[in-house]
Design a protein around this ligand. Sequence first.
Ligand code: PMP
Length: 405
Amino acid sequence: SKALDINALRAQFPILDQQVNGKPLVYLDNGATTQKPVAVLDALQNYYRGVNSNVHRGAHYLSDEATGQFEGARQTVADFLNASREEILWTKGTTESINIVAQCVAREQLQPGDEVLIATSEHHANIVPWQQACLAKGATLKVIPLHDDCSLDLDAFDQLLSEKTKIFAIGHASNALGTLNPVKEMVAKAKAVGSITLVDGAQAVAHFPVDVQDLGVDFYAFSGHKLFAPTGIGVLYGRRDLLEAMPPYQTGGEMIEVVTFEKSTWNQLPYKFEAGTPNIAGAIGLAAAINWLDNQDRAALEAHENALLARATEQAQAFGGLKIIGTAASKVSVLSFLLDGGHPADVGMLLDKQGVAVRTGHHCTMPLMDSLGIPGTVRASFSIYNTLDEVDRLFEALEKVKTFL
Ligand code: PMP
């Protein structure tokens, strides 16, 4: 594969070229949200400047045009995940995607004594919806523990999995630590005991290609904004027969077939799950991001991210008084760490003064932090447009931080 032209790539992300606090910006908070390439910014502008109209209400040229682009975007996402378009639901993001399954599957089907199985490392978005469904239905939330390197304890997983497991919901990659989970093997085992399966792909899709057929998973959730697309748009992939059997999530316009004051019937898939005017521009922006990504050499991008992580890990290991949190062999490009004597919030603030943007705190994974006995971490999360120099800038900045602690 051709060598990555990192300068040309960065030039497509205009936000990166700025000073913050008098220093060139080093944006290492990609786990929280990614920046948007010009191709996405242009798609949003072009839509609002030339096409803006409501969808599926036909009757005029712009509406047809908007509908065509909106449904074309759905097909783009379907191809991206290797699914069919009826199985792609637009949502606000991963959180709403998981809530749809928690409401329309878990709260519909769980019985007292049933179990939902998740992992210690889950984001709150993949904990709280299941926890609340379990509380409402008398079911039990079971949690896979971690090894010392923060990889999943797969022997414990085998033991926790049983005929009682009705839903298995697992993060593809951990947002707090970067740990990559062997979801394909786990999904196969969960399906073998008859469980419904969901993978939270929020921290996966920007890093490597995902194929829902290959994973064999029933539901796959992700957010556009972590994939170089706008906020407020996300995706729930669901297996067609499961979506057919589920009741609607919200009711109102667009999701109906026929309405009388006595009763209503539901539209076909995917519209049954899309009440109200959708985020049309967001969907078009997400498709633009996917098309942009498809035009890159993804193997080269993945190799570049791995090189960033390797450099960061090497420097972290050599850095006095720094402890890496999450040392599993298989990770996406995330480095979570603690500095001796430095509260994560203080370290983050001192890095920001030097232009380096990281996230600090519990990263919406309080149970994980509790299990590790720490209040939080400093997290540097790398993306395709970060450079090896920026990794070095992080550690130069950390040397300065140390002098303040
Ligand atoms: N799951 C994971 C693993 C995440 O990283 C995030 C975002 N931090 C979410 C779920 C929730 O995504 P959103 O806030 O876009 O709904």
